[in-house]
Design a protein around this ligand. Structure first.
Ligand code: INI
Length: 157
């Protein structure tokens, strides 16, 4: 067997940009709390985390791209909540948001983590932002640390 590459979860020294949407802020502020907690408990220093706010989830990727291109960050975390019960254009917003985030990963080579809830209703969103289904913001923080460290290990770093 050749090499096995794994990203470890030691966040010390990593610089993380968080981009968070104000739309459904009651949910996204809880995702932000979860992300900050997740980064902190893996050793990322408070002063190494910058937070930018956007109006909605569709604007997350343009900000993520600017941050990624700055060269200042090891990973970017995008946080948002798209709730079907409250929008007639759920499918456009959710698919536009995910496409934007995925493209930003590939265009910049910096890990951009998709911490956007896409749920049927507000209750499901609450459950996933610090309720009985955990906090997707916390999970996004763990994924950001793993991906930042994995990319440092891979050939071409
Ligand atoms: N943005 C969200 O983050 N979540 C939503 O549920 C949502 N809805 O319901 O429409 C939403 N819309 C706004 C969108 O992200 C843009 O901000 C807007 O279209 C301006 O570009």
């Amino acid at each position: 067997m050749g090499n096995i590459y794994k990203g470890h979860l030691d966040g010390r020294g990593l610089k993380i940009g968080i981009v968070v949407s104000r739309f459904n802020e009651a949910v996204t502020s809880r995702l932000l709390d979860g992300a900050l907690e997740g980064l902190g408990c893996h050793g990322v220093a408070e002063e190494d985390v910058d937070v930018s706010w956007t109006p909605g989830s569709l604007e997350l990727s343009i900000v993520a791209k600017r941050l990624a291109e700055s060269g200042n960050y090891s990973a970017i975390i995008c946080l948002g909540a798209v709730i079907r019960g409250e929008t007639s254009h759920f499918d456009y917003v959710s698919s536009g948001t995910i496409q934007g985030v995925v493209n930003t990963n590939l265009e910049t080579g910096i890990p951009v983590i998709f911490g956007v809830l896409t749920t049927e209703n507000s209750e499901q969103a609450r459950e996933r932002s610090g309720g009985k289904k955990g906090n997707k913001g916390f999970d996004a923080a763990t994924n950001a640390i793993e991906m930042a460290n994995l990319l440092k290990e891979l050939p071409g770093a």
